[in-house]
Design a protein around this ligand. Structure first.
Ligand code: FES
Length: 95
């Protein structure tokens, strides 16, 4: 299990390793954009990693392509594509 904290909301959840960041956000009851329905196309589900960047799985080709296509900051992770490996903290501008 991994504990995911969401700043600045102060909420947190525990999820099994391998859970997508997006599913962790939904489990915490927080909003997150997902225009393409988790297909890794729209780039709207981007989140910033505050702490624990090494506790997220490597960027897939689909995630890298979506970020490039949508001109997304390379430090942002797409929540529908990135998977939890351990404890971490995430933020967005709207939590
Ligand atoms: S929901 Fe569209 S890229 Fe993640």
């Amino acid at each position: 299990m991994a504990r995911i904290s969401f700043q600045p909301s102060g909420r947190s959840v525990e999820v099994p390793a391998g859970t997508t960041l997006l599913d962790a956000v939904v489990a915490a009851g927080l909003p997150i954009a997902r225009a393409c329905g988790r297909d890794g196309l729209c780039g709207r589900c981007g989140v910033h990693v505050v702490a624990g960047a090494s506790a997220i799985g490597p960027e897939s080709e689909a995630e890298a392509a979506a970020k490039g296509r949508n001109r997304i900051d390379p430090t942002i992770r797409l929540a529908c594509q990135a998977r939890v490996l351990g404890d971490l903290q995430l933020t967005t501008s709207y939590w």
